[in-house]
Design a protein around this ligand. Structure first.
Ligand SMILES: [Ca+2]
Ligand SMILES: [Ca+2]
Ligand SMILES: [Ca+2]
Length: 355
């Protein structure tokens, strides 16, 4: 894929140069091609929002292996569950959403979303599900994308989308709009990013989001593999919340519980029903209760908030396939315009009257 991208970058650049030589009237096309070049450089896994002192950067990892099955407990893990199977590629936030992220979004126009009592780069916690959803909406609308959720201004209710507008990939989901770019992860999306072994299109999962069936070592902070933040008096910074999952996410086990988009009782058909929270938190001081394990999920009212409950954000894949399609279309357009320009020139010299 990287080679293919490089190849396309070269092709687009070559097209830009030849267009510039052919005619200056194609400057818009050239600019578009330059933008595409920027898109195609395989560097950014971070999405940027806001501006100036309130610039907010969110990092994502790609969750591939589309079409994997739910956790059947067959891959060495101890638990089976109806979660983890996702038929499409997507991106998962590398980290939990921080307190700072809410503050910056608020400076950028987000209204009525609490960041909670932690500070700085510690996780936002104390946001109700409706508030987390409103933050996600701001990510979308500040970038010109469709809002994911119909949330009231007071952050106390959700309106379901019609089935025609609802997210259909992977099943009927009346909470999420089909065109949303950012969203709260469904339980399948969250579970896969946390526990799937990232070993192909398999049903193989770990019990903990640190790539292991052994409980992680409890730490106050740090990035050591096989560690997680629990048995602690408070959370760690989101980038110091323990070891990584096989896909590269941090803190899906521990630090703060995370809101799932999904209703605790599928499907997402009742706007006020309890949502699931997963992963356990810094405050978990009893491994035996299973809160930190893949099987640990609890029902939580979407209007509720707690200092141990935060969230992260997921997104559709980087627009590689879309860009490739646009690139192909753009190159075809460039060829057509060039042919048309040459034809017009020769026509003007000859038959005249062609406009
Ligand atoms: Ca499932
Ligand atoms: Ca967490
Ligand atoms: Ca339901």
């Amino acid at each position: 894929m990287r080679l293919l991208r490089r190849f396309l970058v070269v092709r687009v650049r070559a097209a830009s140069v030849s267009i510039m030589k052919t005619s200056t009237s194609h400057s818009l096309l050239t600019a578009s091609a330059a933008v595409l070049c920027a898109f195609l450089v395989p560097s950014a896994h971070a999405d940027v929002f806001g501006s100036g002192a309130n610039t907010l950067t969110l990092e994502f990892v790609t969750i591939g292996n589309p079409g994997n099955a739910d956790d059947a407990g067959a891959g060495g893990g101890s638990y089976s569950s109806p979660y983890g199977g996702v038929p499409y590629a997507y991106r998962m936030g590398t980290y939990e959403i921080s307190h700072d992220a809410i503050t910056k979004a608020t400076a950028g126009g987000l209204l009525n979303v609490r960041a909670g009592p932690h500070t700085g780069n510690e996780p936002a916690a104390g946001s109700a599900w409706y508030e987390a959803a409103a933050f996600v909406n701001w990510l979308n609308t500040s970038q010109g994308y469709e809002a994911a959720y119909q949330i009231d201004a007071g952050r106390s209710s959700l309106t379901l989308w019609s089935s025609a507008d609802a997210w259909q990939a992977g099943g009927k989901n009346l909470y999420r709009h089909k065109d949303a770019y950012y969203f709260l992860p469904s339980e399948d999306e969250w579970y896969k990013a946390a526990y799937h072994k990232n070993d192909g299109v398999t049903a193989n999962y770990w019990d903990y989001a640190t790539g292991s069936n052994t409980a992680p070592t409890a730490v106050a902070s740090g990035t050591g593999s096989g560690t997680a933040v629990y048995f602690q008096g408070g959370p760690a910074d989101i980038t110091q919340a323990g070891g990584l999952s096989p896909y590269g996410t941090m803190g899906q086990t521990g630090n703060v519980w995370e809101w799932q988009e999904s209703a605790f009782h599928a499907p997402n058909d009742n706007p006020s029903e309890q949502r699931a929270i997963c992963g356990g938190s810094f405050g978990d001081d009893n491994l035996g209760n299973g809160n930190l394990r893949s099987s640990g999920r609890y029902p939580y009212t979407p209007a509720s908030a707690a200092i141990g409950v935060g969230f992260r954000v997921a997104s559709v894949p980087e627009p590689t396939s879309t860009v490739l399609m646009i690139s192909a279309g753009l190159l075809a357009l460039a060829r057509r315009r060039r042919r048309a320009a040459l034809w017009t020139v020769s026509g003007a010299a000859g038959a005249k009257g062609i406009s």
